[in-house]
Design a protein around this ligand. Structure first.
Ligand SMILES: Cc1ncc(COP(=O)(O)O)c(C=O)c1O
Length: 376
């Protein structure tokens, strides 16, 4: 049985989520836009799901739009801000997910948007004084900064950026794919104009997410067609996904504190074992500081065997990740590590946890690591 330590990539679905979805695969098959007795209950279920999600964020259901996931939600927010809200400049960072970076390239090329990147330090923390300096210029601006980095785990000071954007009168979008369902948001205290969710990161189904758009704004859709999602996203709704997302989000919030404590413990345990048993081990990001509790990005010395580490771990039944930009067994191709100026002669592996993992699995990982690594 494989040991799955790649929960930042995706998580297995909860049985309760599957149970909630099953009726919509079977008897509750109606088209939610149909006004007859087979369609109406499905429409009602979608609206109940929307209300549930909105209640978790303490926002209005009219501010939640279901999408095909984090990528579409982020694209919709960025493109909408430029097309409909007069944004002329976007300030972001070089460690964003590619669904942000490639959208920014597109907006720069096709819409002439000025895009500025605030550098990060070696741990992936933003240069906040540079952000403040850039915000001195009086241009219609959107700040787009991820809350938690999916590769190295470093987290944004969300409150600081939220309050700064409010003070400067600029829009704030945050890619919250790795944090929604892991951290509680208080959007009254720390407002954001756009935030997003991807259900498969919190034991929900793949291919479904949502975009939160503050009620102050009206943006146009990416997809044109029917009037679904109040004209914000055409196409018959992914009913099954929406039901699963709401259930997964509800469960994530219910167990938020216990899961946080549990995963923090696993992360610290692995970190301690690595430090005790592997020579010259280092960590990317800031695992002891402002960091996602479910991500530990480990940097091993380079060497003939270590360079094949991810591959050899896979052969031994350990599923970990080299990050989103690399598939060769190391993370030397990662744009995130490059932005953090990490030493590219070393080999980086991301281990990411959820409630499915145990300390026994970490013990097993340590045994295998010692077997497949270069002798120190
Ligand atoms: C930070 C971040 N943003 C966006 C995405 C994309 O989400 P989705 O897979 O739902 O399109 C991911 C997924 O890996 C992510 O980690």
């Amino acid at each position: 049985m494989a040991i799955y330590l790649d929960n930042a990539a995706t998580t297995p679905m909860d049985q309760e989520v599957i149970d909630a979805m099953l009726p919509f695969l079977q008897q509750k098959f109606g088209n939610p836009s149909a006004v007859h007795s087979v369609g109406r209950p499905v429409r009602a279920a979608i609206e109940r799901a929307r209300k549930k999600v909105a209640a978790l964020l303490e926002v209005s259901p009219s501010e939640i739009f279901f999408t095909s996931g984090g990528t579409e939600a982020n694209n919709t927010a960025l493109c909408g801000a430029v097309r409909d809200l007069g944004v002329k400049r976007i300030i972001s960072s070089p460690i964003e997910h590619h669904c942000i970076l490639h959208t920014l390239d597109h907006l720069e090329k096709c819409y002439g948007v000025e895009v500025q990147y605030v550098p990060v330090n070696e741990q992936g923390h933003l240069d906040y004084s540079k952000l403040e300096e850039l915000l001195e210029k009086d241009t219609p601006t959107l700040v787009s900064l991820m809350h938690g980095n999916n590769e190295i785990g470093t987290m944004l000071d969300f409150e600081r950026v939220s309050l700064l954007c409010k003070e400067k009168g600029v829009l704030f979008h945050s890619d919250t794919v790795q944090t929604f369902g892991h951290f509680k948001y208080d959007l009254q205290k720390t407002p954001v104009d756009f935030m997003v969710c991807s259900a498969h990161k919190l034991h929900g189904p793949k291919g479904i997410g949502f975009l939160y758009v503050s009620g102050d704004h009206k943006i146009s859709p990416l997809l044109y067609g029917g009037a679904q999602e109040r004209n914000m996203r055409a196409g018959t709704e992914n009913v099954l996904g929406i039901i699963g997302l709401a259930k997964a989000a509800e469960r994530a919030y219910e167990h938020l504190e216990t899961e946080r404590a549990y995963c923090t413990d696993l992360k610290n345990y692995l970190k301690t074992c690595l430090q005790a048993e592997i020579k010259d081990v280092r960590f990317n990001g800031d695992p002891d500081g402002r960091s996602l509790y479910h991500v530990l990005n480990v940097s091993f010395p380079g060497g003939p065997k270590n360079d094949m580490l991810l591959f050899n771990l896979d052969i031994e039944g350990i599923c970990a990740s080299g990050g989103s930009a690399c598939s060769s067994g190391s993370m030397q191709g990662s744009h995130v590590l490059a932005a953090c100026q990490s030493d590219n002669t070393r080999v980086s592996v991301r281990f990411s946890f959820s409630k499915i993992n145990t300390k026994d699995e970490i013990d097993r990982l340590m045994t295998i690591l010692k077997k497949v690594m270069d002798p120190a």
